[in-house]
Design a protein around this ligand. Structure first.
Ligand SMILES: [Zn+2]
Ligand SMILES: [Zn+2]
Length: 277
């Protein structure tokens, strides 16, 4: 599977408009074979499942999906105006939406996805994110979906880009085009863990460029990432996309570590049956 995804990632531009259809075909064929050889189990607790929803109902609950009103700019739950999470942020994207806070279950799934080669976690999270955007009418402008790219060295090491997997699953739910060749990470950035917000912004400067302006010019873009922390990476990508002529950039992420302590009542852990797909 890893080799297959690697081959897809390196497909030449020459495949043109049929590339997405080809990728979808390979994915559905792969999923059918996989379901036959490995009957579906919950990714987190290994409970057998009747159909491949990725997680059992109990584990969906532990993802702690964000519900209810959110800030129109950063997606932070709650109704404070101005939003205390983003009032001092200099975002160039229009709106950010996340599926869940960075709960322990999501951390485990993102870890499986990024470091254990469990690509099914990306598909499950991408589908759930797509359902959320659909339910909340957050992709009505019919944007082109652009995943946050990995640097070439990281892509070779991992064999796939987890954001591409999330983006493709999300796009299938919403029936949107994916353009994973539009944006390129031209500079390998140092780890951001120990940097504050301003340092992260500086660290990301010039890290991305749009190598296919024709794919985004005049179009709304939905930028997809696995986890958004300060928003510095998403902001740098959005700046490059807007400079290349994108009409607007929204951001969708699986997880964002909101300030839980400040808004303990803003989220509920009630599972949403619409996400069971
Ligand atoms: Zn489970
Ligand atoms: Zn906000």
């Amino acid at each position: 599977m890893k080799l297959l995804l690697q081959a897809i990632s390196h497909c030449s531009d020459g495949m043109g408009v049929n590339r997405d259809a080809f990728v979808r075909l390979l994915h559905s064929a792969g999923e059918s074979v996989q379901a036959f050889v490995y009957p579906p189990h919950c990714l987190l607790c290994r409970t057998p499942l009747d159909e491949s929803n990725g997680l059992c109902p109990g584990c969906w609950e532990t993802l702690d999906m964000i519900k209810g009103p959110r800030c129109g700019r950063c997606g932070c739950p709650g109704l404070s105006d101005p939003c205390t999470n983003c009032a001092d942020k200099d975002f160039v994207f229009s709106r950010m939406s996340a599926l869940t806070p960075f709960s322990r279950s999501v951390q485990r799934m993102v870890h499986m996805l990024k470091y254990q080669g469990l690509t099914a976690a990306g598909q499950t999270l991408g589908r759930a994110l797509g359902r959320m955007l659909e339910r909340e009418s957050l992709a009505e402008a019919r944007p082109v979906v652009v995943p946050v790219p990995l640097h070439g060295s990281r892509l070779r090491e991992r064999g796939y880009n987890q954001s591409v997997l999330i983006a493709r699953s999300l796009a299938r739910v919403l029936d949107l085009p994916v353009e994973d060749r539009a944006l390129k990470r031209v500079r390998a950035t140092e780890t951001q863990t120990n940097l504050d917000s301003a340092q992260r912004g500086a660290n990301m400067e010039g890290a991305f460029l749009v190598r296919r302006k024709d794919l985004v010019r005049g179009r709304p873009v939905l930028l997809v990432d696995d986890v958004v922390t300060t928003g510095a990476t998403a902001n740098a990508c959005a700046a490059a996309l807007l400079e290349a002529g994108a009409s607007e950039v929204d951001v969708a992420a699986v997880a964002c570590p909101y300030f839980d302590a400040e808004k303990p009542d803003a989220r509920t852990a009630v599972p949403d049956s619409a996400l069971f797909i």
